[in-house]
Design a binder for this molecule. Structure first.
Ligand code: ME8
Length: 626
């Protein structure tokens, strides 16, 4: 049985949990739930990072002890994950004795092995980041993150001999191409490693900072917060030689945000190597969320906390949006309008509608029992399902949640089209065609049952409701996601209201996309000059040096063309391949960033949202649009 141990960052207890923390934790939760569904032996860890200057100062400002302060905020995180349905096996706090013990054990080991020495350090220090900055990193004498002046500090400190691991680390990253992903972060780290690596100051004098773990070999010092925090991933498993450590440590993977790549990709492997522990298997780095195009920050007052959405629309809707909207590793934007659009289109219309229609038909036309029939061969749904599962599996190995969901939604779309074309309600009215009805209803029931299995990592609550309505008991397993397993006679209940549509406020609907007043009327004859056609995207790639443009190769049935479209900020190339889009086919060719475009892709936009026009039933590539 494969073993899979995944961790999130442990979050600082100086801020309440927000959308960014929630995203990383939800993405990790989805991954672990997927591995569990596949039958792996999994372990999932999250927790809080509680030591250091920042916390000590925040506690002082609040007039409480650092421990009391940490207790309170740590509990907020724990409670937030519980309410969001996060399935972590453990929650580690760095102020716990079990953590302190392992940190001290590792420090002692490194000290005994001569990996640590006492030296003098002087440098530009940012109290916000709790770290020294190199000359290169400083911007106008200020911390690039906090934009506050840095302070020059000189003190005796203990150093970890990190510099001696530079060549080893470069070699290790080169030999393990999958260690750090996406690629851009791996390149960033290899780029950083072109400059000499410094030794790492791993202590802070207690005279300046009390709130930390004392060094076991000199208690006038406490451990530097990163040296302390990173060890949580090990300490949470127990003693270094415990059965649990031996079982899970060789399979550890870390998911983090792009802000903390350096400590994870540089300090941490060197620390592990020096301590004689295996290096993690994977470091997976997520992009950052902006809010309506702006950085999320307390000072801007735009920090999104999950309950704003989850109490109104449910945990699953929030999860779905985050997982579907962000291309893993790239930045993405959160906006209220994008949330509503996805909710209504994907969850209410596509999924909710399918599940409600299918179960209602089975209840009304088959007495609420799965009919005794085989699935309809040749409906294409079995194949559509198998394609979706294969693509979902590939995508999940890449942590490409958006691709996994897009693949599942291809299947949802196919199932909805199947209802439209077979029209079971009409079949039921024609006695001579009743024999066709039962296989159709079986096919629909099977489609819905399977969604209850494969959606479970992404939409755990909705998937559980689907399974319950479809008479499925026990934990779902990926092995059950095999077409045709649904037993005749299984009771089916109507599953309505999974995702009730969000009714748009008038203002939002009437926000003019194209100003109606003042736009000139076009004669029909003129409009007819525009040749609109359905085109299938066969390949898509980014246009070099352009943030906005994608180069698409589309098929118009009897010919292929290149079309350049300004949609790179809204679609990943992989999302477009296979889509049937609408293009203007008789436009004069134009060169965009050096690439000749023969035609134009049609898309709608409102504010920061953009959606490519597709056809809602299958049409062959090349079909005329009028
Ligand atoms: O850095 N978009 O903790 P932290 C996406 N304690 N993710 C975001 C985000 C945003 N706008 N803002 C924060 C620490 N995150 C250390 C970690 S690990 C041994 C110690 C997420 O509370 C993202 O995962 O500042 C980022 O890496 C993490 O929160 C930072 O959390």
């Amino acid at each position: 049985m494969p073993t899979f141990y995944l961790t999130t960052p442990i979050y600082y207890v100086n801020a309440r949990p927000h959308l960014g923390h929630a995203y990383t934790t939800i993405a990790a939760d989805t991954t672990v739930r997927y591995r569990r569904l596949a039958g792996d032996d999994t372990r999932f860890l999250t927790g809080t990072d509680e030591h250091g200057d920042n916390i000590a100062r925040a506690a002082a400002a609040a007039g409480v002890s650092p421990q009391a302060y940490a207790d309170e905020i740590s509990a907020t995180f724990r409670e937030m994950w519980r309410s969001l349905g996060i399935s972590n096996d453990d929650f580690i706090r760095t102020s716990e004795p079990r953590h302190k013990k392992i940190v001290q054990e590792i420090l002692q080991k490194l000290w005994d092995a001569g990996e640590i020495y006492l030296g003098t350090y002087g440098g530009h220090y940012c109290f916000g980041c709790e770290r020294f900055y190199t000359e290169k990193e400083i911007v106008d004498g200020k911390c690039p993150d906090h934009l506050r002046p840095l302070e020059w500090i000189e003190e005796q400190n203990y150093f970890f001999k990190m510099s001696k691991y530079q060549d080893w680390l470069i070699g290790y990253i080169r030999d393990h191409p999958d260690l750090i992903k996406p690629e851009r972060y791996r390149n960033e780290i290899l780029g950083f490693l072109r400059d000499p690596l410094q030794d790492l100051s791993i202590s802070r004098p207690r005279a300046r900072l009390e709130w930390g773990i004392p060094l076991p070999f000199d208690d006038k010092y406490v451990t530097y917060v990163w040296f302390d925090a990173l060890i949580n991933y090990v300490s949470a498993l127990g003693d270094l030689d415990s059965e649990r450590t031996r079982r899970y440590w060789p399979h550890v993977r870390h998911m983090i945000g792009k802000d903390i790549v350096k400590p994870h990709a540089i300090y941490w492997p060197c620390m592990l190597k020096a301590a004689g522990l295996d290096v993690f298997r994977e470091l997976r780095v997520t992009g950052y969320w902006t809010i309506e195009g702006q950085k999320m920050s307390k000072s801007l007052g735009n920090v999104v906390e999950p309950p704003t959405y989850t109490t109104k629309y449910g945990n699953d809707a929030f999860r779905y949006f985050l997982l579907r909207e962000m291309v893993f590793g790239l930045d993405a934007d959160f906006s209220d309008s994008a949330f509503r659009t996805r909710f209504n289109a994907d969850l209410a219309n596509d999924l909710g509608n399918l599940v409600s229609r299918a179960t209602t038909l089975i209840v009304n036309l088959a007495g609420g029992k799965v009919p005794d029939a085989a699935a309809v061969g040749g409906s294409g749904l079995k194949e559509a399902f198998e394609r979706a599962v294969a693509e979902m599996d590939r995508a999940m190995a890449d942590y490409a949640f958006h691709r996994a969901l897009a693949a599942i939604w291809e299947f949802v779309g196919a199932a909805n089209r199947y209802v439209d074309t077979t029209q079971p309600w009409a079949l039921a009215k024609q006695p001579e065609r009743r024999a066709e009805l039962e296989p159709v209803l079986y096919t629909l029931a099977e489609s819905v049952r399977l969604l209850g299995v494969i959606l479970s990592p992404f939409l755990p609550e909705a998937a559980a409701r689907i399974r319950e309505g479809m008479g499925q008991h026990g934990e779902p397993r990926l092995a059950d996601a095999t077409w045709g397993r649904l037993a005749a006679g299984t009771p089916v209940a109507k599953i309505g209201g999974l995702f009730p549509r969000i009714e748009e406020k008038k203002a939002a609907v009437t926000a003019p996309v194209t100003p109606a007043a003042g736009s000139a009327a076009v004669a029909i004859a003129d409009f007819r000059k525009t040749e609109l056609r359905v085109a299938e995207v066969v390949a898509a790639e980014a246009v070099a040096k352009s943030k906005k443009l994608l180069k698409l190769t589309v098929s118009l049935g009897d010919e292929q063309r290149t079309i350049v479209a300004g949609i790179a900020e809204h679609y990943a190339p992989a999302d477009l391949v296979g889509k049937k889009v609408v293009v203007v086919a008789n436009l004069e060719p134009a060169k965009l960033m050096g690439v000749e475009s023969k035609g134009m892709l049609l898309a709608g936009s409102a504010g920061t949202s953009l959606a490519v026009l597709t056809v809602d039933r299958d049409l062959p590539a090349g079909a005329k649009v009028s």
